[in-house]
Structures are given as structure tokens and as C-alpha cells.
Design a protein around this ligand. Structure first.
Ligand code: BV8
Length: 250
């Protein structure tokens, strides 16, 4: 693995702020499907059918079934070495922020403390009627899970995730943009970097002189602007990157 790339050692020596932008590829080695791979969700389902409000309104039970299956899978799985490596990096830099597109909460379960959930969470629901949002990690979903516990309006409860055509949570996106601007090192891991506005973050970091590292099994649009591309599985590469950081920063 080419960690000797020009600039990496210097970047690690002087960095204060580390920002990590992740997508479903970081959870792949935990057994959670990605979206756009051959085995990905979009190979079986249409994103418009499952990850859009129209799809939810047309067939709420199918959308709920998909999210509850994903939620169960996330609960049954464990963070992998990619998640734990990002948590370990908190020992070596003043500030480590994770801006994730993932909704599986595996970064938090691995010990990352500052996680921006750009696309929401499998473990929160919200009411379309009264806009109440609540944690439902311990909810045992039953047939009446459509009833809002706050306003009791029937069939108004949906997953608190960002669907296509919906805006990202304003404060979270603004914070992610600010952190990308302030990043000394910006790691892009396990994302195809095609979903906007989240995918703008690496470009913002690069424009603000961050050292850009990409970790992916395949090339993406970010590859051409990365200062260092580490080609391979995040769960295998990241523990080695932590060793490199530890040797420089200890
Ligand atoms: C918005 C829900 C506007 C949560 C998701 C035309 C019409 C309308 C909109 C648009 C348009 N053109 C562009 C847009 C914007 C649209 C968009 O970007 N579309 C793209 C597809 C062209 N974006 C939106 O609609 C956003 N909203 O624009 O609103 C607006 C503004 C103001 C007011 C009103 C409206 C909303 C985007 C969020 C959509 N929600 N999901 C969920 O169910 O999870 S998207 C979905 O894609 C997930 O969130 C996912 O996180 C995200 C990104 O995918 P990735 O995580 O990157 O996963 P992917 O499978 O693609 O890639 C995996 C990568 O990992 C691969 O590169 C692979 O090589 C790599 N990999 C695999 N294994 C490993 C690995 N790497 C390392 N190690 C491994 N082991």
C-alpha cells in the first residue's frame, strides 16, 4: 500500500482538523449492502420507489418493510475495522468529524463521537403531520407503527431519513460544509460520490487546501482530485493508515 505518497507525512505531522466523509462502502465489510454495486440495493429496487416521498406515499408498507429490514440488519451487525479505525483517529488529532451518508449508526457504535448524519438515521422516526422527531431504536414496531405517539394521527409516521428530492438537514449540512472548509486532512471512504449535495464536500475541502485521501475499491469522480488514492477495502486499509498516523503522531 503506497503510504509513501508525497505530502502524506507532512500533512499528518501538521494536521489539527480531520474530516472523514463516508458512504455505504465503509459498512460493506459489516455485511450491509451498498447501493450501486452489483449486489447493491439499486440493483434490486428502484431508488425512486424506496428512497423518495412519492414511493412512500404510493406504498408506505413496502418502504417501511425495507427500512425495518435494514434497521434489523444494522442492529444484528457490528462495526468493522473501518469504523473502529476512524474512532481510533480521535486519539491523534485535535478534532475529528465524521460526515456520513450512512444511516446505520455504526460509526457511533464504534466510538466516533462527532458524527454528522447527512442522510438521517434508521433509528429515528418523524411525523409528517406534527413534524415530531423521535428516537425509536428500542421501538418494537407493530402494525400500528404508523400512528404518531405525539399527535396520534394515523399513518403519518415515516423514517427520519433524507429521500431523493428532499433537502438535507440544514444545520447538519452547514456544519459539514464548515468542517470541510477547515479540514487539514479530508478522507473520502466508501462512497461513489455521486449523490449531491453531500458529494460536494470533498471538493470544498480540496478548494480549501485540505490533503485529500480517497479509500475505495474502485475509482470515483474524487479519484482525479485526490492527493492520495488508497485502492482496496476500507476495513483492510484503514488499520494500516492508523499505524502510519500513530508512528508519525505519537
Ligand atoms: C436534494 C436515503 C433538493 C437514505 C439517499 C435530478 C432531480 C432531482 C434531484 C437531483 C437530480 N440530479 C441530482 C439531484 C440531486 C439528488 C442526487 O444527487 N441524485 C444523484 C443520484 C444524481 N440528490 C437529492 O435528491 C438530495 N436532495 O437534492 O434536494 C432540494 C433542496 C432544497 C429543497 C428541496 C429539495 C437527497 C440525496 C439523499 C438521497 N438519499 N438515501 C437511505 O435510505 O440510506 S441516497 C443513498 O446514496 C444513500 O444515502 C447513500 O449513502 C448515498 C450515496 O451512496 P454511497 O453511500 O456512495 O453508496 P454507493 O453504493 O453509491 O457507493 C458505495 C461505494 O463504496 C462505491 O464507490 C464502492 O466502490 C465502494 N466500496 C464498496 N465496498 C467497499 C468500498 N469501498 C471501500 N471498501 C469497501 N469494502
Amino acid at each position: 500500500m503506497d503510504f509513501q505518497k508525497q505530502g502524506l507525512k507532512e500533512a499528518i505531522e501538521i494536521a489539527k482538523n480531520l474530516v472523514i466523509f463516508t458512504g455505504s462502502g465503509v459498512s460493506a465489510e459489516s455485511g450491509i449492502p451498498t447501493f450501486r454495486g452489483n449486489e447493491g440495493y439499486w440493483a434490486q429496487f428502484s431508488p425512486q420507489q424506496l428512497a423518495s416521498e412519492d414511493g412512500y406515499l404510493d406504498h408506505p408498507d413496502i418502504v417501511w418493510k425495507w427500512y425495518l429490514e435494514r434497521r434489523q440488519k444494522a442492529l444484528e451487525t457490528r462495526p468493522n475495522p473501518a469504523h473502529s479505525s476512524f474512532a481510533d483517529m480521535q486519539d491523534f488529532f485535535e478534532k475529528v468529524v465524521i460526515a456520513t451518508q450512512n444511516i446505520d449508526k455504526l460509526h457511533q457504535r464504534a466510538g466516533s463521537l462527532d458524527v454528522l448524519e447527512l442522510h438521517g438515521s434508521l433509528f429515528r422516526s418523524k411525523c409528517r403531520n406534527c413534524e415530531n422527531v423521535w428516537d425509536d431504536e428500542n421501538t418494537k414496531f407493530t402494525d400500528d407503527f404508523h400512528i404518531c405517539p405525539s399527535c396520534s394521527s394515523p399513518r403519518s409516521v415515516r423514517p427520519d431519513v433524507v429521500w431523493f428530492g428532499e433537502p438535507l438537514p440544514y444545520n447538519i449540512l452547514q456544519r459539514a460544509i464548515k468542517e470541510a472548509e477547515d479540514a487539514d486532512i479530508f478522507i473520502v471512504a466508501g462512497t461513489s460520490a455521486v449523490v449531491y449535495p453531500a458529494a460536494q464536500l470533498p471538493y470544498i475541502a480540496k478548494q480549501h487546501m485540505a490533503f485529500l485521501i480517497e479509500i475505495n475499491t474502485e475509482p470515483t469522480p474524487i479519484t482525479s482530485i485526490a492527493d492520495l488514492t488508497l485502492r482496496g477495502k476500507a476495513g483492510e486499509i484503514l488499520p494500516k493508515l492508523v499505524d502510519v498516523i500513530r508512528n508519525i503522531r505519537r
